[in-house]
Design a protein. Structure first.
Ligand SMILES: [Zn+2]
Ligand SMILES: [Zn+2]
Length: 321
């Protein structure tokens, strides 16, 4: 009875619970809308909170590109359940089969949902940077499963690391059911395995996590970053004829989305370089760099700036040898 009352209250509030027995997951992908951002592109803009039992691991921006006879999925989330729930949402805008999946990089919040897509479409090709496939083959998939199992206290249980089967390296142009996709890789940036996907007709670009809107770049995984490479990649994409930029996390939008991340990275690099040139070690400059970047204190994960500064410092040190 209590549960029924809870369901009624949730539905009055416009919140759809994942299922009748699962009112404890207010943030799972089931409660998010699928937003149309261009003619063909639909995005579920996920939470910026880190994976937790409440979110069931969901935190990225899974998306669908609709073709005339099919659906292309980009980054289907972090579990078998999320991948399947994404398909349920997509069914509301297209009844066509999934013809391809793309993964933007090796971080598990973006691709563990491959399992859910493959359960429904066992033969669907999954594209990713070949370096991502190498890293998963070397065991990184299991590490991501364990990390997300721990963070969500088991909410992603049953998810298997489902490795992409078509390796890309950037520079390819693919035409899938009449929709032209340009694949970009600008060298190591957010990781060494990033792909950015340009949907040419829609003037849309999937940035992966090279841009995360209003989020400190690489704050969760600074060990994977080339901060300078991320600056290079964002600048390169700002030269493309793009109207709508879809970040790996946070809201999609126009040029202001990548320009904000770029300004943050340029300011961070300049600040660390300034104190490095004065002979400071990373621990000595930490508070000063954070003060220099004070105007970004509302960005997600700003509390992780200390770790990020350590890695930017190491990169600046390498540049100076
Ligand atoms: Zn990432
Ligand atoms: Zn991510």
């Amino acid at each position: 009875m209590r549960q029924c009352l809870m369901l009624i209250l949730l539905s009055l509030a416009g919140i759809q619970p994942a299922s009748a027995h699962d009112v404890s997951a207010p943030s799972s992908i089931a409660h998010y809308t699928l937003d149309q951002v261009s003619k063909r592109i639909h995005v579920v803009h996920g939470t910026q909170d880190l994976p937790s039992p409440e979110t069931r691991g969901f935190m990225n921006n899974p998306a669908a590109i609709l073709t005339d006879n099919g659906v292309i999925i980009v980054d289907p989330g972090s579990s078998v359940e999320i991948g399947k729930q994404l398909l349920e949402k997509v069914r509301k805008v297209s009844d066509k089969p999934v013809i391809a999946v793309f993964n933007t990089h090796v971080h598990g919040d973006h691709w563990l949902g491959n399992h859910g897509i493959r359960e429904m479409y066992p033969d669907v090709p999954i594209y990713a940077h070949r370096r991502m496939i190498e890293r998963i083959d070397a065991g990184e998939g299991d590490i991501w499963i364990k990390r997300l199992m721990d963070m969500t206290e088991g909410a992603i249980a049953g998810t298997r690391a489902t490795t992409p089967n078509i390796g890309l390296e950037g520079g390819e142009e693919l035409v899938l059911d009449g929709v032209t996709l340009k694949i970009h890789h600008a060298g190591p940036a957010h990781t060494d395995s990033d792909l950015m996907i340009e949907v040419v007709d829609d003037k849309g670009l999937f940035f992966g996590d090279i841009v995360a809107a209003r989020r400190v770049p690489n704050s969760d995984v600074p060990q994977d970053a080339s901060f300078k490479g991320t600056i290079v990649a964002i600048k390169a994409m700002l030269e493309r004829p793009i109207d709508i930029y879809i970040p790996g996390h946070g809201q999609s939008g126009g040029r202001e989305v990548p320009e904000a991340s770029l300004a943050f990275l340029v300011a961070l690099h300049a600040s660390v370089t300034k104190y490095y040139d004065q002979g400071m070690e990373a621990y000595e400059m930490k508070d000063k760099v954070i003060a220099d970047l004070e105007s970004y204190k509302d960005w997600n994960n700003f509390a992780e700036m200390g770790r990020v500064i350590n890695f930017v410092y190491q990169e600046v040190e390498r540049e100076n040898f």
